[in-house]
Design a protein around this ligand. Structure first.
Ligand code: SF4
Length: 251
């Protein structure tokens, strides 16, 4: 199928569709080859893969391998490949860009400033994401509205103008975390072993730590920064006004 030059209109009434209905609508509108699930192998992504293979046995699933992921995430990637029999399209950072960044600023530059952290996320995540999204007319994400205030208005299907004229599809937008885990338990799906060790939200190893029970699930991500800077640029058009971290706890 050739790339479409304009995205189809968002299906009427999509907000009333359940997750399977959202996925079905997106597949019917864009086709298997031009719709891909962006998986960081969080629990939402596992649920989405499980739902997607019911509708399309060979779904496109891609991931961004930053080179700094925990071993447990690679183990899960293998478990997913085995369980579902799917290929995972792995996008890696540009080697020359990583080499230049690390040579100039060191391997742990992200702890030194928000600017450095965003530079690292840009090289290792955002640029590979742009390459991945250049191959689709729509991408599926595991965003849920109750994850962060910035995600509270996430539509189930909406235009993603940041990445060109493509669809951003969030079938689990109105799911709760409890619903996600109930589906995983019910279907005995694989999940990241770090979740059982106090890591509710998992990204790169040096930028993720365990949180105490009851704490904000995302407080273990870039924990040395102030709360309003904790996005990597993948799901925000702009990182907005970022505050430099205080000296305390920057390591
Ligand atoms: S999460 Fe940390 S290691 Fe991963 S890309 Fe961002 S700054 Fe770099």
């Amino acid at each position: 199928m050739n790339p479409v030059t304009t995205i189809p209109p968002v299906p009427a009434g999509v907000e009333a569709f359940d997750a399977r209905g959202v996925l079905r609508s997106a597949l019917e509108a864009l086709g298997r080859d031009r719709l891909a699930l962006s998986a960081s192998f969080g629990p939402e992504d596992i649920v989405l893969i499980d739902l997607l293979v019911e509708l399309e046995p060979r779904p496109r699933v891609f991931t961004l391998d930053t080179g700094r992921l925990p071993q447990e995430t690679y183990d899960l990637m293998e478990a997913v490949r085995g369980r579902f029999g799917i290929e995972v399209e792995v996008f890696v950072p540009d080697a020359a860009a990583v080499e230049a960044m690390v040579r100039a600023k060191g391997p742990n530059l992200f702890y030194d400033s928000i600017e450095n952290r965003l530079e690292c996320c840009d090289v290792r995540k955002v640029a590979p994401l742009r390459r991945a999204l250049a191959t689709v007319d729509g991408w599926i994400t595991g965003l849920r509205r109750d994850q962060t205030p910035t995600r509270a208005a996430t539509p189930k299907i909406g235009p993603d103008l940041e990445h060109g004229m493509i669809w951003k599809v969030a079938p689990l937008a109105d799911w709760t975390e409890a619903q996600v885990w109930a589906h995983i338990r019910e279907r005995d799906l694989p999940y990241n072993a770090l979740h059982d060790r106090g890591y509710p939200s998992i990204g790169c190893a040096p930028c993720t730590r365990a949180v105490a029970a009851g704490d904000d699930p995302r407080s273990g991500r870039w924990w040395w920064e102030s709360g309003d800077s904790r996005e990597c640029g993948i799901h925000v058009a702009s990182a907005g006004v970022l505050h430099r971290p205080t000296g305390e706890g920057t390591r």
